[in-house]
Design a protein around this ligand. Sequence first.
Ligand code: 6PG
Length: 250
Amino acid sequence: MDYIVSYNVFSNIEELGNYFANLFKDRSEELLRNKRNINIALSGGSTPKLYLSKLTGTPFLQNIDWNRIHFFWVDERMVPPTDIMSNYGSIKEFFFDKIPVPEENIHRIKGEIVPQLEVRRYGNEILNNVGKKRNNLPEFDWILLGMGNDGHTASIFQNVELKDEFQNITAVSKNPETSQTRITITEAIINNADYVTFIITGKDKVETVFEILKGDKKKYPAGRINPVNGILEFLLDKEAADMLIENEKL
Ligand code: 6PG
């Protein structure tokens, strides 16, 4: 079965965030009908704050079964959790500190640990909690992705070789612009998920968004994401979707 691709365009971030919050509630309910727990992987960067923070208010605080949702990261900058660059540290402040999710449901990548050790520890944490369910690989229920202006996603960058790969689950990467060391889940893990949602905003991504949806997909890592047994969807604000919209009018 090929993957299904859909995209939704929103007038602004407020509208996108409200849609996301209701999607999160409905999809977690749907997934929890057949499972004891579900596993969701979060991205870092600045976009997640725009949509995750919507879940920290009513009615979502009360009507989502937080005890049965486990959170992982798609990647992390290898800095301590208190560092301003930490993906975990940032999401903890605006999200985890405001929702009733049990501590044991939060599976951070430990940026303070030597990368060559942490890549294995985190890979084993995924194996022990998510398990190998499809293609002999862990199968996340839902992976939330962002995309850089250069078309990277997670910490999978164009022409940057992943090192110290652990069982095709995790690897050590590097931001080519800043040389910052990172740990990332692999393309194989992302493509093994049930749902993969890109959430992309801003006019500086308009060309890359058009390219990965309508152009030369393989040109960018984000264009190589294709969850072969799942659903691939894009939530875009109008700015990021401008070329797509123009193209649809042609
Ligand atoms: C990271 C992210 C990365 C992010 C994109 C988009 O650690 O930086 O995981 O893949 O999703 O760079 O970042 P923005 O949301 O800040 O545009």
